[in-house]
Write a protein of this length. Structure first.
Ligand code: CP3
Length: 336
């Protein structure tokens, strides 16, 4: 929390995107017990268990709520399933009638179990370990809501934007409101920090990023801060390259999460000082001990002198090796 506020601590704090997940045997066991992935997300007891597993095993400096960005479309009434070997499958939205069927009313009630999980997690976490809540940003959610699944180029969402802009922006407005309400609910239930994942921001053409990426995220932050002015926000507009400087200047996030393609020195040109999170390529957790050792030294040099939260440039993959995660943590614990 001190690093978020701009301090440089004795050593940088560390947590990892997807720190709870399939690379851990204890996750796979709880996942099997839950049945489906959504059952795991909606069971306060089991979601608490998998949130705490990586904290117990590795002693990370922050926990991230176990959930998924796609529970928002689910709570809006869209059909959402996770299929083994496929990933998320949604009933695609392509018409005004399908859009009209989405229901913002009572969205917080439908996600009551998430609030219960947050309370249980806080009861199980040490008082010195903050809990991170999160949402997917509207554009990233809409790539799934419109495409019906993971789409390599986010083509269906782009096509709707270019063919039926009125429908696209009407949907953006609904999704944005849902995002703000769900974050407010998480904050009320007790998360200490929130993160906004715009994992597909980089696929929005440069000329449209203002309207589709920057402005909605900015409005969501302003919305939640009317009631929670102090809540720290981590933003992750993945893959936007040099336009991240404009984002930094315009969007009032406290922490900028960097993907592995970003150079932290870009933010020396920003109009404010901001903490940075990231950005080791998760592939180094699959390789040799020597390759990771070299990369960790490069990461330390890259972020030297900055307010830095150690993390990856994207989530750990299921093939991530536990020994490499241990090596990474040991390096940073001794890096001061
Ligand atoms: O980081 C964490 O440990 C917290 C939990 C978390 C999950 N998903 C659990 C999950 C978080 C923060 C997310 C965010 C999320 N979900 C994003 C944004 C971050 C990113 O990675 O870009 C996106 C795009 C999604 C959508 C999603 N969820 C997809 C495309 C998939 C399938 C891909 C896959 O890896 O299987 C999921 C499933 C999912 N969400 C899993 C986990 C642990 C794997 C499901 C399983 O256990 O079978």
């Amino acid at each position: 929390m001190r690093t978020i506020r701009g301090a440089q601590c004795d050593r940088p704090p560390i947590w990892l995107m997807r720190q709870a997940g399939r690379y851990l045997p204890e996750y796979r066991a709880t996942r099997a017990e839950a049945g489906s992935f959504l059952d795991l997300c909606f069971s306060p007891k089991l979601a608490t268990e998998v949130t705490l597993q990586p904290i117990r095993r590795f002693g990370f400096d922050a926990a991230i709520l176990f959930s998924d960005i796609l529970i928002i479309p689910w709570a809006l009434g869209q059909d959402v399933r996770f299929e083994q070997g496929v990933g998320p499958v949604l009933e695609p939205i392509a018409s005004e009638a399908e859009l009209a069927a989405l229901d913002l009313n009572g969205i917080e009630d439908r996600l009551e179990s998430v609030g219960e999980a947050i309370e249980l997690i806080n009861a199980g976490l040490g008082a010195d370990i903050p809990l991170i809540g999160f949402i997917g940003a509207p554009w990233t959610l809409m790539t799934y809501m419109i495409g019906g699944r993971s789409t390599p180029d986010q083509g269906p969402a782009k096509k709707l934007l270019l063919e039926q802009p009125d429908l696209f922006f009407a949907m953006l407005e609904i999704v944005e409101e849902a995002c703000a309400r769900v974050l407010r609910m998480q904050i009320k239930a007790g998360v200490d920090v929130v993160k906004i994942f715009d994992s597909w921001a980089g696929s929005v053409p440069m000329s449209l990023r203002q309207k589709i990426v920057f402005d909605p995220i900015k409005r969501i932050i302003e919305n939640v801060r009317t009631d929670a002015p102090q809540i720290p926000v981590i933003a992750f507009p993945r893959g936007i390259g040099a336009s991240y400087l404009k984002f930094a200047n315009e969007v009032p996030a406290d922490v900028l999460a960097l993907d592995q393609g970003m150079d932290p020195s870009l933010f020396d040109h920003a109009n404010r000082k901001v903490a940075l999170q990231g950005n080791m390529d998760p592939m180094f957790l699959l390789g040799s001990e020597a390759a990771l050792a070299d990369e960790l030294v490069r990461q330390r040099d890259l972020f030297a002198g900055r307010s830095h939260i150690v993390n990856l440039g994207h989530g750990i993959t299921p093939e991530g090796k536990i020994e490499r995660v241990e090596q990474m943590i040991a390096f940073w614990r001794n890096a001061a």
